[in-house]
Design a protein around this ligand. Structure first.
Ligand SMILES: Nc1ncnc2c1ncn2[C@@H]1O[C@H](COP(=O)(O)OP(=O)(O)O)[C@@H](O)[C@H]1O
Ligand SMILES: [Mg+2]
Length: 245
């Protein structure tokens, strides 16, 4: 469980959001939504202390990540898999090596174990045949899937997705949405998905956190979202439904 308590963040004079409170329950998928620049990526980066707040706490199983020592934080960060917005792949090395990277960096696994684990991760994202390809040869959807294979390779408890379907056509977006659901079910993973794609929200999430007007404007069950009385949320949903991703 991740509890976000009274979290406030600014950069210089720019207040991103203040007094954000919500809880990410184990096994659930939470979507973080809101217009561009409202602070979704900044919020995600607080969950494993890639950024520090002005005030407030992020408690992971009761422990505030901002109080941890360097060593303890390194351990906590290993519990997170992150699919970055741009993919953050290394284009000069193969798909296999991209996915193997966290194993080489964080573990003492033998070449044989690495081989086995990388192939298993690649098959989970339906990329078993792309292992030897350079990632620069791959399509946008395939690159996202390589990023996803790399994000799950250390068997994380938490999987963070930053705009996993942005820039993809609707069919490829659906494939990624399906994978997000599969990952949650098969790997017993708790997921947080940043998206402005309403279709994605409805497909993958149990809960929704809506950032607006420098605060958490609405938080609740995805199925209750369309019946909320929050006019900004309703407007946001309506606008997103017209948007082409
Ligand atoms: N490292 C940073 N330094 C200064 N300002 C930042 C930094 N990261 C993000 N911001 C600003 O914080 C606001 C929220 O950014 P971000 O979380 O990336 O928005 P989004 O909801 O689109 O993901 C934006 O105004 C952005 O310019
Ligand atoms: Mg962002």
């Amino acid at each position: 469980m991740i509890e976000i308590k009274n979290l406030t963040k600014s950069f210089g004079n720019l207040l991103v959001w203040e007094d954000v409170n919500f809880t990410i329950e184990d096994g659930e998928t939470t979507a973080v939504i809101g217009r561009s620049g409202c602070g979704k990526s900044v919020l995600l980066k607080h969950l494993n202390a890639l950024l520090y707040p002005d005030a407030g706490e992020v408690l992971i199983d009761g422990e505030n990540v901002f109080d941890l020592s360097y060593t303890a934080l390194r351990k906590v960060r290993q519990r997170f898999g992150i699919l970055f917005q741009g993919g953050a792949l290394f284009d000069s090395i193969s798909t296999f090596e991209n996915v193997a990277f966290p194993l080489r960096y964080f573990t003492e696994q033998t070449e044989e174990e690495i081989e086995h684990n990388v192939h298993e991760a690649l098959s989970m994202v339906n990329l078993e045949n792309a292992a030897e390809k350079s990632t620069s040869e791959l399509s946008g959807g395939m690159r996202k899937r390589v990023g996803l294979a790399r994000a799950i390779i250390l068997q994380p408890d938490y999987l963070l997705y930053d705009e996993p379907t942005s820039g993809l056509d609707p069919k490829t977006s659906d494939e990624i949405n399906e994978l997000i659901v599969t990952m949650g079910d098969n790997l017993d993973i708790t997921s947080v998905v940043i998206t402005h794609d309403m279709h994605s929200v409805l497909e993958v999430s149990d809960k929704v956190a809506f950032l607006d007007d420098q605060k958490l404007s609405w938080f609740g069950n995805t199925k209750d979202m369309k019946h909320s009385e929050n006019q900004n949320l309703l407007d946001f949903i309506k606008a997103s439904e017209y948007q082409i991703n």
